[in-house]
Design a binder for this molecule. Structure first.
Ligand code: CA
Length: 382
């Protein structure tokens, strides 16, 4: 598409957005200033269209998310902001190590806050591509932030997907949860650390964080354990898990045996196992990926001075490529274990199908999509 044509289409899109923005309380002056000189960002359309061939193995993700440097910087930030963290903990009841860990995960403690103009990024996503609805909702929310005067357009920067500032809030999260902790009248998550950390605490409290509790524990499972009990949706008290022979690593005890927990096995029976508690679910509200919440929880523990995981990851297990994941889904479905489609995304339905297949064949039913499993299915298919 010639760029002049693209620009005129974009201008029409912006004009069609105006009545909706006005209905949300945005003035024409703020609207015009927000879109002055804005063109779609071709780089963002490319990123939006890109789907990675491989899902990064969790141990690779964790090694960079919870690096020695990030642990050490986190411990330093903990000391540097001690009195601020005292006040935030007192007001919101959210553990300081977790706040620092989220800050580390989201922007490497403010080092990578994103330099793109948020209105341009979101307008691009709203105008074209796979995430138009998301883009439109967030764009309107971003205009409301400008209307309120919390930040100027020039300083309203973020990631290509519209995540902003130290805490990487998207605009709707910002509008609901950001706070002005230093009391200067502006909620500044871009440049003000008290506002940013308190906003994160406020969001976690709204996500039902429980004061004085942790995110979860690494555990060891007894021989012959029924892996069908694993999964985020299956909840038991720690006492019940202990009754099933599940123990904390390194001989530690569960301090509050009545806390309710689910068992997760990110790499199946061969890797570390975790009992996750209520606060793990609060972290998932920030970013709904198990690997993310595990990284935040683990980073918070490491910043506190705890040691690494006791059990090694199965680093020799090569993750399935997208075509292999689709093949796995097709083969399972053809054997009568429906995965609800073959889209290459192994969600809970696919995991349950794997589990059912494993159970039917007398295998360890951990629901994990391994190369060994795929080979076996291929053999069966002849
Ligand atoms: Ca402020």
């Amino acid at each position: 598409m010639p760029s002049a044509v693209a620009q005129s289409g974009f201008n029409e899109f912006v004009e069609r957005l105006w009545p909706e923005a006005r209905a949300k309380g945005v003035s024409r002056g703020v609207f015009d200033r927000a879109f002055r000189g804005v063109r779609p960002d071709p780089d963002i359309l490319e990123k939006d269209a890109h789907q990675p061939e491989f899902v990064k193995p969790i141990w690779v993700y964790l090694a960079s998310a919870v690096s020695a440097r990030r642990i050490e910087t986190g411990a330093r930030k903990l000391r540097a902001y001690r009195s601020l963290l005292d006040k935030i903990e007192a007001r919101y009841g959210v553990d300081r190590h977790v706040l620092i860990a989220i800050w580390g995960m989201e922007s490497s403690y403010g080092s990578f806050r994103g330099k793109r103009y948020v209105v341009r990024s979101l307008a691009t996503l709203a105008y074209q591509g796979r995430r138009q609805r998301f883009g439109r909702t967030q764009l309107l929310a971003a205009l409301r932030i400008l209307q309120r005067g919390d930040i100027s357009p020039a300083k309203m920067t973020g990631s290509w997907a519209g995540a902003m500032g130290h805490t990487q809030f998207i605009p709707t999260t910002y509008n609901t949860h950001a706070v002005d902790f230093d009391g200067d009248g502006k909620r500044d998550i871009w440049g003000n650390i008290p506002d940013a950390l308190a906003s994160t605490a406020n969001y976690l409290r709204a996500s039902k964080w429980r004061k004085g509790e942790t995110w979860g524990y690494e555990v060891v499972l007894p021989r012959g354990f029924d892996y069908g009990l694993a999964g985020r949706k299956r909840v038991k008290t720690l006492r019940e898990w202990r009754g099933l022979g599940v123990k904390r690593v390194r001989g530690r005890i569960f301090p509050r045996p009545d806390d309710r927990a689910s068992l997760i096995l990110p790499t199946g029976a061969r890797g570390p196992a975790f009992l996750i508690l209520n606060n793990f679910r609060s972290i998932l509200r920030y970013n709904n990926a198990t690997a993310y919440a595990l990284a935040v929880g683990h980073l918070s523990d490491r910043i506190r001075g705890f040691s690494g995981f006791a059990r090694p990851w199965p680093k020799d297990a090569k993750p399935l490529a997208r075509a292999e994941r689709e093949e796995l889904q097709r083969l399972l479905t053809s054997k009568g274990f429906s995965t609800g489609g073959a889209d290459g995304i192994l969600g809970s339905r696919s995991r349950e199908a794997i589990r059912a297949y494993q159970r039917a064949r007398g295998l360890v039913a951990d629901g994990f999509p391994s190369q060994t499993l795929l080979k076996r299915l291929r053999r069966e298919a002849g």
